[in-house]
Design a protein around this ligand. Structure first.
Ligand SMILES: NC(=O)c1ccc[n+]([C@@H]2O[C@H](COP(=O)([O-])OP(=O)(O)OC[C@H]3O[C@@H](n4cnc5c(N)ncnc54)[C@H](O)[C@@H]3O)[C@@H](O)[C@H]2O)c1
Length: 400
């Protein structure tokens, strides 16, 4: 039997807890040849907590570290799963890749395009794998809608979408995980690229690449909080935007969101093609995850997602089913973790690799860049690093 993948978890906070449960599911079901060998968090107690859980389901404790460099010096690792605040994604990934360790990195890949490119280029130089942890497109609802649009072509040629949300809910910023998110230097920006990263991946998955973006991004409400040392800190990220996206296919869409809209709120997610529409009942970030969205055709018939899911599953041959839902797994986080472990073991491309992560992230970045310079921007130019006015101070701060 081949040597197991020796995996480290870097960052043991909220989302890493989801990855931990995913690895536990895989271990408990005997799926994937891997060992959780090390855990690392700058807050030692968090890493120790993860180590205790791992010992319970793995029968062997991983070693605990508070710095990536020390961990790499002392361990013989094959792979690392990185779920730190965005500003530490590249700082954690680069030494791993340079030490011959493959990485899966939570979305968005890097804090800026430059950080993301550095991760990809370092991986290419060292012959390593980079996966972007993207769970949302792997759920049955999204897989079914991808099939409805691209294989069944039920709504014909996609031509328009309206994806909009407005509410009045200035966030509670009491948790540490919220506090780094509202600091531009730590997060790179807020919901455009936080939960927005999922939506940018989903629209690429459904409709292909975006050509150009025009957007207006605003911060209407103050984001003040008291940090651990008792100081009042003010966040400097957006709480509202409206963006027009033009895809390479010709499809146009508007994507708007505000949490600073007092009075009447609304949520509206509608896609139109030449033959009909798809209405989603969920939020503007995590599409087709809830409710029973409806496909309405121009000749008057209506189909519901729950029925289409069954049709879709019945349409899959055994090979395709195993490719999309290996070992019968249907949870997106378990699937992304399994895809990475399997890609490392078999030296293959993960479904959402570094370039996919960068291209999705570049659409979010194009939204900020367009608002920053007051004109439409080309997503290819953002990917190439030719448009980076909004990102400049972050790049300078992190010496990228
Ligand atoms: N896929 C999803 O659905 C989803 C959901 C939430 C968060 N995320 C992503 O997961 C990542 C982490 O977000 P979170 O909500 O878990 O944040 P969090 O603040 O809860 O956790 C981050 C952890 O990283 C640790 N950390 C900070 N710097 C570190 C370093 N240099 N080395 C090691 N550990 C370090 C912190 O101590 C903390 O425990 C982000 O990229 C976020 O966008 C994804």
């Amino acid at each position: 039997m081949a040597e197991p993948v020796r995996l480290a978890m870097i960052g043991c906070g909220g989302m890493a807890g989801g990855h931990l449960r995913a690895y536990q599911t895989l271990k408990t079901r005997g799926i994937g040849n891997f060992e959780l060998a090390a855990v690392c968090d700058t807050v030692e107690e968090r890493a120790r907590g993860f180590a205790r859980t791992i010992r319970e389901f793995q029968g062997k404790s991983p070693n605990v570290y508070t710095a990536v460099e020390m961990m790499l010096k002392q361990e013989s690792l094959t792979a690392a799963d990185i779920a730190t605040p965005h500003c530490y994604h590249h700082a954690s990934a680069l030494p791993c890749l340079e030490s011959g360790v493959d990485v899966i990195i939570e979305k968005p890949l890097g804090i800026t395009v430059k950080a993301s490119r550095k991760i990809i280029e370092t991986a290419e130089q060292h012959g390593r794998i980079v996966a972007t942890a993207e769970n949302i497109r792997r759920y049955l609802g999204q897989r079914t809608i991808h099939w409805v649009l691209n294989e069944r072509k039920m709504i014909g040629t996609p031509r328009l979408f309206f994806v909009q949300h407005a509410s009045w809910s200035p966030s509670s910023l009491s948790s540490g995980a919220m506090q780094w998110r509202v600091q531009k230097r730590m997060s790179g920006g807020w919901m455009v690229m936080d939960s927005g990263a999922h939506y940018m991946d989903s629209i690429r998955y459904f409709f292909g690449d975006v050509d150009r973006v025009y957007a207006e991004v605003r911060a209407f409400e103050p984001k003040e909080y008291t940090d651990a040392s008792g100081q009042t800190v003010c966040g400097d990220v957006e709480d509202s935007w409206t963006a027009t996206l033009t895809f390479k296919s010709g499809l146009i869409g508007t994507w708007s969101w505000s949490q600073a809209a007092p009075g009447k709120g609304f949520n509206h997610v509608l896609y139109y093609g030449s033959e009909g529409s798809i209405e989603d009942t969920g939020d503007v970030f995590h599409g087709f995850m809830s409710g029973n969205p409806e496909v309405q055709l121009k000749e008057g018939s209506v189909k519901y997602l729950n029925d289409l899911k069954i049709e879709f599953l019945l349409s899959l041959d055994a090979g395709r089913k195993e490719q999309l839902f290996p070992h019968g797994i249907t949870d997106g986080v378990v699937l992304e973790c399994y895809d990475f472990i399997d890609a490392v073991a078999h030296r293959r491309r993960p479904e959402v690799d570094g370039w996919d992560g960068l291209r999705a992230k570049a659409i979010s970045e194009a939204i900020y860049e367009s608002s920053w310079c007051g004109q439409a921007v080309s997503v290819d130019e953002v990917v190439a690093g030719k448009v980076e006015g909004y990102q400049k101070d972050i790049n300078e701060y992190w010496k990228l």
